[in-house]
Design a binder for this molecule. Sequence first.
Ligand SMILES: Cc1cc2nc3c(=O)[nH]c(=O)nc-3n(C[C@H](O)[C@H](O)[C@H](O)COP(=O)(O)OP(=O)(O)OC[C@H]3O[C@@H](n4cnc5c(N)ncnc54)[C@H](O)[C@@H]3O)c2cc1C
Length: 384
Amino acid sequence: MSAAAPIVIIGTGLSGFSLAREIRKQDKEIPILMVTADDGYSYSKPMLSTGFTKGKEAEELAQATAAAMVEQLNIDLRAHTTVTGIDTAAHQLLIGDERLDYAKLVLAWGADVIRLTIEGDGHEQVYSINDLMDYRAFRKAVAGKQRVAIMGAGLIGCEFANDLRNGGIEVDIIAPSDTVMPGLLPKPAADAVVDALTEAGVGFHLETVVERIDKDGDGVRLQLANGETLAADLVISAVGLRPRTSLAVEAGLEAGRGIMVNRALETSAPDVYALGDCAEVDGHVLLYVLPLMACARALAKTLLGERSEVAYGTMPVMVKTPCCPTAVCPPPASAEGAWEVERDGNSVRALFKAEDGQILGFAVTGDYALEKQTLAKEVPPIHN
Ligand SMILES: Cc1cc2nc3c(=O)[nH]c(=O)nc-3n(C[C@H](O)[C@H](O)[C@H](O)COP(=O)(O)OP(=O)(O)OC[C@H]3O[C@@H](n4cnc5c(N)ncnc54)[C@H](O)[C@@H]3O)c2cc1C
């Protein structure tokens, strides 16, 4: 490794750029090289699922080009460059045959969308939207179209459903669960979101799956396991994300659901760190913005010589379904207690309480969503 080797950050998503910003707050000069498979534009990924209502093209969601980020952060940046391997013994990363030295290496390379294997010849019309380039492709495809089928009833599927519906598109959601966002919301809160989206005109096909997608004129026909068929111009697949671990595993790093790091964001290899959607931090895989920002703050200090551990506060998740505003702070998996639920139309207040009355988690929808900040103060941090 050469003496002047930089801190190398792989990935220019919110994790990569947040980390670079945090480093620059403390050190204006230390060499930083960012390497990214995409175009290196800075953008806020949560905006992707509200862009349709606002009529935003991809370029309008981008906050800065790669060139502007190079200037702003005093970094080197290689866009459209896919890292193909890591040699931890040599402190080098591999880009095909090229080898680059690093002093410290940060993996901020995010998560892959899960792609289902489904029969039929209509796959060209199936889109997943997990970055600005995906959004650009989808926006282009959906122009002038009327009907979109969404596979998956998770947070992202519901947000896209609401967003597209607001934009006048007919939307159907197909999912195997009996309500939306299972695992994130307790059922009464989830059902309130289903009711509100239904009132907004979204069609639900729950407790079933898509078995075939075939071309049908300019659009597609979806065959569902329950015998229904649906016509659509396009399909969005929003069935989940999987932290990118394969290159890390090939390099001998420990990985579980994500690349395993401790609270100092250290992987099992010296001078290699991970944060964001690719990381499993002390057993937690949290694919949200607030955790990655907390990680970026701690890691910047560590990289500059003051080893620091991340401490998460209480981090409620806002679901961007304006027809039924929703906030949730799930109780820890190990928490003992029970849900107490009040429902008034599509307004639900669900509190997960321990035997002694302590609130350990909550989900609030509709008018009760206004209480999210007050409730968040009462919930102990999941991961202190
Ligand atoms: C539609 C949508 C809405 C969301 N809404 C919210 C919300 O409201 N609130 C919230 O908290 N969270 C939300 N999230 C989640 C949140 O946006 C993510 O957790 C966060 O953006 C992840 O950032 P990241 O930098 O870790 O990963 P990414 O943004 O995925 O960045 C990964 C980077 O790594 C690069 N890369 C990958 N592999 C390689 C390689 N081999 N070589 C070089 N570069 C590589 C990619 O090109 C990219 O630059 C949403 C997610 C989506 C998809």
